[in-house]
Design a protein around this ligand. Structure first.
Ligand code: ZN
Length: 165
């Protein structure tokens, strides 16, 4: 597994490594409304997203990622950005990020926070899945919540126990 960042420009690389080393949004959420996990088998990245949703807005977001610097940093940036956002807005941001990974510029005036630092990942197509993993997991979590489902598991992960400690 390649845990190194691709050869991004200096300033961007520092931002990515800062999120990788001190990921945001790790605090446990008691009684989350939806939990979803995702894997990127190409790289070995794993992520779990837990959300507290109130009145259609993400009041709390917990993102716990393991894997390469790109996937962990992207999840950390996402946790920072989506907390407090309306779920439709978060979905729009996910779509903007996906398009950015495929060469499109974000709409003028849209705040993409530190995601700017991941722009260079689009020059490394094999790593785009790493950057997208937290976002696709988030979008699925929001869809699940909209469908009234609370917990999703991708078939390749094993259940690690949902019992109360
Ligand atoms: Zn990765």
């Amino acid at each position: 597994m390649d845990r190194k960042a691709p050869d991004l420009d200096g300033l961007y690389r520092d931002t990515v490594l800062d999120h990788y080393r001190s990921p945001r949004g790790r605090a446990e959420i008691p009684d989350p409304d939806v939990v979803n996990s995702g894997v990127n088998p190409l790289c070995g990245d794993e992520v779990e997203v837990a959300l507290k949703i109130a009145g259609g807005s993400i009041s709390k977001a917990r993102v716990h990622g393991r894997g390469c610097s790109i996937s962990v940093a992207s999840g950390s940036m996402m946790a920072e950005l989506v907390a407090g956002m309306h779920s439709a807005e978060a979905g729009k941001l996910a779509e903007t990020f996906r398009k950015m990974m495929h060469g499109e510029e974000p709409p003028a005036g849209m705040d993409i926070g530190d995601l700017e630092a991941l722009k260079g990942v689009r020059n490394f197509p094999v790593r785009i899945k790493c950057a997208m993993l937290p976002w696709t997991t988030l979008v699925d979590a929001l869809r699940m919540h909209g469908e009234g489902r609370a917990r999703g598991e991708v078939p390749t992960t094993t259940e690690t126990g949902g019992e109360n400690a």
